[in-house]
Write a protein of this length. Structure first.
Length: 101
């Protein structure tokens, strides 16, 4: 996390960059959240909050990528702590509706 923190501090615009698929660093961190420290996801989220709901060119969002993670509950809790308004997003409601017992 120290390297990511230093890099994003030195080059703050990097957290807003998108690749050729329209995916931000936060998208990739969430997609790979099983192997990315939660502290890195938090750093990217704090640096660029709107990126959590920014869709890639296929319509997928970083928030949606978290549902496939073994860390989903802890990361989603952290995300909602950062921005409670995300609780009203369609992705959260869809996930809750499809995972109910």
């Amino acid at each position: 996390c120290t390297l990511v923190s230093a890099y994003s501090t030195q080059y703050p615009q990097v957290v807003s960059w998108s690749d050729v698929f329209g995916r931000t660093p936060l998208f990739w961190a969430c997609k790979n959240s099983n192997s990315v420290p939660t502290s890195v996801i938090r750093l990217l989220l704090v640096a660029n909050p709107p990126a959590m709901c920014q869709p890639d060119f296929s319509g997928r969002t970083p928030l949606g990528m978290l549902y496939h993670s073994s860390k989903a509950a802890s990361v989603l809790s952290m995300v909602l702590e950062q921005d409670p308004s995300l609780a009203m997003t369609r992705s959260i409601h869809f996930h809750c509706a499809t995972t109910r017992d």
